[in-house]
Design a protein around this ligand. Structure first.
Ligand code: DX5
Length: 215
């Protein structure tokens, strides 16, 4: 039975000067709102410090994507916002015990716990905890910036994860548009993050509808 596919706009590409309006423009049509938290060390960019995210008002469940070197510290802070999900990068937490502890801490804080892998990272690198996560994020760009080109090689990881875990929430993020979205869903993804495709469109409702009708 096919899993429903969630659409999670990423506000990294939204107009920061009109962030509330930008969020309003997608709220009725989206399932989650993804917040890309960047520390300027794990990725060469900074985005969405806690103070800025605290000002965000939305009816959408918050999906916090931690692209940071110290995800345990950031998770503790961002859990105060009662997000739906918090995802950290496997590349930032190498030891199994630390990964396990962080997954548990996120869940204890009331959110589902996700682990993300960048394009060069193989599924076997997270075999130690993959059976324990609520969400797997397979990045289809090297993180740090919106508007990058989709890296199709990662689709094999999605296929493998879906085969192993038929019910797992598998999210993809990076270069997702009406052309790449069907590739992601056919591979087994059931949660799609799109930033520039949605926020570069004048008609956000139409952009999200085109994603949904493409899969
Ligand atoms: C990491 C960010 C971006 C963003 C989506 O770079 O996680 O992937 O969410 O960016 P687009 O959809 O513009 O590729």
């Amino acid at each position: 039975m096919a899993l429903p596919v969630l659409i999670a706009p990423s506000i990294l590409s939204a107009d920061m000067k009109r962030l509330s309006e930008e969020i309003r423009s997608i709220e009725p049509f989206a399932d989650w709102l993804q917040i890309d938290v960047m520390d300027g060390r794990f990725v060469p960019n900074t985005a969405f410090p806690l103070a800025q995210v605290q000002t965000i008002r939305t009816t959408l469940p918050l999906d916090i994507h931690l692209m940071v070197e110290q995800p345990a510290e950031y998770a503790r802070e961002f859990l105060s916002l009662h997000p739906k999900n918090v995802t950290f990068h496997a590349e930032a937490v190498q030891k199994t015990d630390d990964r396990r502890a962080l997954l548990q801490a996120i869940r204890k804080g009331g959110a589902t716990a996700g682990i993300a892998i960048n394009p060069p990272t193989s599924l076997s690198d997270i075999a130690d905890v993959l059976g324990e996560v609520d969400l797997l994020l397979v990045m289809s760009v090297n993180p740090g910036f919106g508007g990058q080109a989709f890296i199709a090689d990662v689709l094999s990881k999605v296929k493998e994860a879906r085969t192993q875990f038929p019910q797992l929430m598998i999210q993809m993020d990076g270069g997702i548009d009406a052309t790449t979205a069907p590739l992601c869903v056919s591979a087994g993804a059931n949660n799609l993050v799109a930033g520039s495709f949605i926020f570069r469109a004048a008609d956000r409702a139409k952009a999200i509808a085109s994603l949904r009708s493409s899969i």
